[in-house]
Design a protein around this ligand. Structure first.
Ligand SMILES: NC(=O)c1ccc[n+]([C@@H]2O[C@H](COP(=O)([O-])OP(=O)(O)OC[C@H]3O[C@@H](n4cnc5c(N)ncnc54)[C@H](OP(=O)(O)O)[C@@H]3O)[C@@H](O)[C@H]2O)c1
Length: 237
């Protein structure tokens, strides 16, 4: 089979589980080498072994918290030393707490905004330092349908994802003419650990499979799309 991303390299945050892991498999299937970032080293190593064995690509793992700026620095420098360039960044790591806003704590608010918004900006900034030199690159931000319509009991999460959407739009406009494309993807409920934790009452058949979100990300990378736009994907039940 002709592999359309042979020789490409990608950094995927939150690439050890859920949607990020599905994206990692989709890109590896097309031949891309990967840097996977997450906190839990065991899960990262499992993902690395499975993907390398199945797709014969090179996987680097970086165990760190996207809230620390040095996490982005380490991931980008690992990608450069292993592969010599960064073709793709998928900002996927994310977190949420489901509760009424008036019951939330400061640390819960900080964690959601720091991971979903600031962590994404840190990775984008570090990666852009390389992509601007390359005058080439693709950034895909995994946002959420919650960023388009505020969801009760997910108010901070919704605000973080609305921030991701507007950031994506602004950045895409800023980078026009630099050879760097920026997109967002706004999934609805997807069957992952995060969704099961937030909505234990939801049945799997109501939800997207992570592979469906990954297919959309792959399509954007291969075929392009409207820069700065957030692409919706959801299950109609
Ligand atoms: N599932 C849904 O219904 C849904 C819907 C719309 C959008 N999304 C978005 O899709 C993205 C992925 O969500 P998911 O459902 O796949 O979640 P998940 O199953 O909980 O996986 C999250 C991934 O991110 C990593 N991660 C979380 N916090 C991190 C941190 N501080 N630093 C580094 N890595 C971190 C996790 O690994 P470690 O825990 O080991 O760090 C894991 O690899 C998120 O941005 C989420 O908002 C999800």
């Amino acid at each position: 089979m002709y592999r359309r991303l042979l020789g490409w390299s990608a950094i995927i945050t939150g690439g050890s589980r859920g949607i990020g892991y599905a994206i990692a498999k989709a890109l590896a299937r097309e031949g891309a080498n990967l840097v996977l970032v997450a906190r839990d080293l065991e899960r990262l190593r499992e993902a690395e072994k499975t993907i390398e064995e199945k797709y014969g690509v090179q996987i680097e793992t970086v165990s760190c918290d996207v809230r620390d700026y040095c996490c982005a620095e380490t991931a980008v420098s690992r990608c450069m030393s292993a592969f010599g360039k960064v073709d793709i960044l998928v900002n996927n790591a994310g977190t949420a707490v489901r509760k009424p806003f008036y019951t939330m704590t400061k640390s819960e608010i900080d964690e959601i905004l720091d991971v979903n918004l600031k962590g994404l900006m840190y990775f984008t900034l570090e990666t852009l330092r390389v992509m601007m030199r390359q005058r080439r690159g693709i950034i895909v931000n995994i946002s959420s349908g919650a960023g388009k319509a505020g969801i009760p009991e997910l108010s901070v999460y919704s605000a973080s994802k609305a921030g991701v959407n507007v950031f994506t739009e602004a950045l895409a406009r800023e980078l026009k003419g630099f050879g760097i494309k920026v997109y967002a993807v706004c999934p609805g409920g997807t069957d992952t650990d995060l969704h099961r934790k937030l909505f234990p009452e939801h049945r799997p058949e109501w939800l997207l499979r992570p592979e469906e979100v990954a297919d959309l990300v792959l399509r954007l990378i291969l075929e392009g799309g409207v820069e700065g736009h957030c692409y919706d994907i959801f299950r109609l039940v």
